[in-house]
Design a protein around this ligand. Structure first.
Ligand code: ADP
Ligand code: ZN
Length: 747
């Protein structure tokens, strides 16, 4: 048995360092202390009990609520060379008995069990015949009635512990816990002065984005395209939307399957498996999809419709990036989603047989949650901050990795406009009327629509006082006033009313400023959180080759690809290109067992790749793509020299240039005239070779790749002068800077 936790981490799991929170929890468990670990999804909770399990003499019981999670965890452990098994209703009676028998003989270090099994005679007899050193409770919030997923069977845990002749260490883990739930976990599970670690809710690898005023379907296609090679989930609010989106994507040649409650069990299972096993790239689903889905390599989650509250949103969006890789969460917003949700809230309460008073309380709670969800979609500040503070966590006002932060902010004084909007609402209130934001805006802009004249709103003193202000601007300021607490929207029709605070602006002369995201994405894209520093300089071809190999291995093992290796492991292999079995162990995610099992195949794959490289490449060096195709002209002619020697003079501009214009810009900065097409070709070639663009093919120009974002390169939809739709690849400031920084490598 290995006595040192770092060696266990390396030997079994192939990692070299602990993540935040892990070490403290492991040490406490090893010292015999109960623990509570509250860490967000993907933070690495499992290792916190798996490592002590491997370092203790007895066995570890893991209580887990979902069959699919157990299966995934156990399969991963077996892949890592750890003896583990699960006991749940997916096993036949014979399989179950065999597992119990094996367990009694000490065949497993970890046993995953569903809570309702704990107090069954067969499990109790197992418990009586082995030494249990640790009980790990996964998804521990299920023990609390205050949580969203209370499971009465979790109450079996203390009951079970009481049957044991000794008290093992108990370790509880969850990703979601308010204070009430946290106290419940400690109390209900009977923890003794637990050592507790909370690393917070933030999922740093997720980027958040709200898209407004876009055509939903083309936006969806755009997001899928920019995530080339990755899989994703599209959440829709209705079955009909699921069907539509799924059909249209398939028509476009994007493989997509569907999931909603209207399908047969059989089809649902089949479609879910197709997604988990990477047989389709995208799944369109209602919120019925996802519970118990542990697919770790989801690269993006799109919300085609706004969900009913932030709890749902964060949970659903949070299914992206469980492997710690950068992933995108995009919500495509339209105001119509508010009405749909209102309808759904009412429908579900009307159909319930709750007594009317309770139904009414719940209705008010749900409408309030919906209001706060809607505020997220209209927020002008940092989206991550909004989410975190909703869950009661302090956050900085700038994360750099959400659509608002990336756009950059500008602060505007809107005091006068605010006063006009507020007084309009005030005048209406004097007439005992409250209206929605759109009507208020129409009144302020002096609309002559019949719904205005009919009710003689045109006789209000505030009628038409903002004639010259665009309705978009009025809407933005109205939303900002709500965010700042001067206005409230209430009720089913989202009518506006003033809060007490509004007086400060209306009569006390308080100034109102709003922070609005700038129109253009001028802020450097490179401000995005970079999680895998530097590892991007590898040959995308080797990456694809290894990916294909992984798919093969997964098919042979009848397991999802992410259980075999994560993308980060493949990337590390591309960078380090290990040449022998020992060197393999240096790669992230490869421990002893995976080295033994897959090492030969990996080495063979890398050897093949290197053999196919052109002569003259240095095989001892990790090869970056730039070195693969020697450029005839590189560095040798006057133009190249000129550009390299004067590279310091290159400066970017705030415009979205095409690549041809970037070439122009270079010539302009250097004050020379030369063939700009050569410059353009040279840059394009370099971008393609480094995986930032796909090669031009069949007469089509290069396209963006998963790495384009890193280089600040963007794809946009444009309308030509003749009115037809086309996509263009553009190089905003960040992309120009990226190119200029690498200019010496390019020429
Ligand atoms: P959680 O249960 O908190 O959602 P997991 O335990 O499933 O998270 O871990 C998420 C991912 O992070 C897994 O792919 C795991 O291999 C990886 N991971 C965990 N700890 C480490 C570490 N110390 N170094 C590198 N990767 C880690
Ligand atoms: Zn932000």
């Amino acid at each position: 048995m290995i006595r040192d936790k770092l060696s266990v981490l390396k030997e079994y799991f192939g990692h070299t360092a602990f993540r935040e929170g892990q070490e403290g929890l492991i040490d406490a468990i090893l010292a015999g202390r109960d623990v509570v670990g509250i860490m967000p999804t993907g933070a690495g909770k499992s290792l916190c009990y798996q490592i002590p399990a491997l370092m203790s003499s007895g066995i570890t019981i893991v209580v887990s609520p979902l069959i699919s999670l157990m299966k995934d965890q156990v399969n991963s452990l077996i892949q890592s060379g750890v003896r583990a098994a699960y006991l749940n209703s997916s096993l036949s009676l014979a399989q179950y008995d065999l597992a119990i028998k094996n367990a009694k003989m000490g065949a497993y270090k970890l046993i995953y069990v569903a809570p309702e099994r704990l107090c069954t005679p067969s499990f109790l007899s197992l418990a009586a015949s082995v030494r249990i050193s640790l009980i790990a409770v996964d998804e521990a919030h299920c023990v609390s009635q205050w949580g969203q997923d209370f499971r009465p069977s979790y109450m079996r845990i203390p009951e079970f512990v009481a049957t044991l002749p000794y008290r093992p260490v108990i370790a509880a883990f969850t990703a979601t816990a308010t204070k009430a739930v946290r106290l419940d976990i400690a109390n209900m599970l009977g923890l003794r002065e637990p050592y507790s670690v909370t690393t917070g809710f933030d999922r740093k690898n997720l980027s958040f984005e709200v898209v407004r005023g876009a055509e939903k379907f083309s936006e969806t296609v755009r997001i899928i395209k920019r995530n080339e090679g990755r899989c994703g989930i599209i959440y829709c609010s209705t079955r009909k939307n699921v069907e539509d989106v799924c059909d249209k994507l398939n028509e476009r040649g994007i493989s997509c399957t569907r999931y909603h409650a209207g399908l047969s069990d059989e089809e649902r299972r089949q479609n879910q498996d197709d997604f988990i096993y990477d047989r389709v790239r995208v799944i369109a689903a209602t919120n019925a999809f996802g519970m118990g889905i542990d697919k770790s390599n989801v690269g993006f989650v799109i919300h085609y419709n706004m969900p009913k509250d932030l709890e749902s949103y964060y949970q659903e969006a949070g299914r992206a990036g469980r492997d710690g890789e950068p992933a995108e969460c995009v919500l495509i917003y339209s105001t119509a989603d508010v009405q749909t949700n209102m309808f759904l809230i009412n429908k579900s309460l009307d159909e319930s047989d709750l007594d009317p008073e309770l139904a009414d309380t719940l209705r008010r709670r749900d409408i309030e949650r919906l209001r706060l969800m809607n505020m997220y979609c209209t927020a002008t500040g940092c989206l991550r901050e909004y989410i975190l503070s909703y869950f009661g966590e302090a956050a900085e006002g700038y994360c750099g990795n959400c659509s608002n932060c990336r756009a950059g902010f500008e602060e505007l004084d809107v005091t006068l406009e605010s006063q006009k909007i507020l007084s309009c609402i005030y005048r209406l209130a004097q007439r005992r009327t409250a209206l929605g934001a759109k009507m208020v805006c129409d009144i302020l802009r002096g609309s002559t629509a019949s719904k205005i004249t009919q009710h003689s709103y045109d006789t209000l003193s505030t009628y038409g006082i903002m004639k010259d202000t665009s309705s978009t601007r009025i809407r933005l300021i109205t939303e900002a006033l709500e965010h700042q607490g001067f206005i409230r929207t209430t009720g089913e029709y989202s009518v506006l009313s003033l809060t007490r605070e509004a007086k400060r602006v209306l009569t006390d002369g308080e100034r109102v400023t709003v922070k609005l995201p700038k129109k253009k994405h001028s802020e450097s894209r490179r401000e995005r959180v970079k999680l895998s520093d530097g590892v991007y300089s590898f040959d995308i071809r080797l990456f694809r080759q290894l990916k294909a190999m992984r798919a093969q291995l997964a098919a042979e093992a009848k397991m999802p690809a992410y259980i075999i290796f994560g993308d980060n492991t493949l990337r590390d292999l591309c960078v380090k290109q290990p040449a022998d079995m020992e060197a393999l162990l240096e790669c992230s995610g490869i421990g002893r067992a995976k080295q033994q099992r897959y090492g030969k195949r990996i080495l063979e794959e890398i050897r093949k790749y290197r053999e196919e490289l052109p002569e003259g490449s240095d095989p001892s060096q990790p090869i970056t793509a730039a070195k693969i195709e020697p450029k005839a002209l590189k560095g040798s002619d006057m133009l190249s020299k000129l550009i390299r020697y004067n590279s310091g003079k290159l400066t970017a501009v705030d415009e979205e240039l095409t690549l041809g214009q970037v070439a122009d810009r270079i010539l302009e900065c250097l004050s020379v005239s030369a063939d700009k097409r050569r410059i353009q070709k040279e840059i394009e070639g370099w971008l393609v070779q480094n995986g930032y663009l796909t090669p031009a093919k069949d007469g089509l120009p290069p396209d963006t790749t998963i790495l384009s974002d890193e280089a600040g390169i963007q794809k946009v939809r444009r309308i030509s002068k003749l009115g037809s739709d086309y996509t263009a690849i553009i190089y905003p400031r960040a992309a120009q800077e990226f190119i200029f920084e690498n200019i010496k490598d390019i020429f």
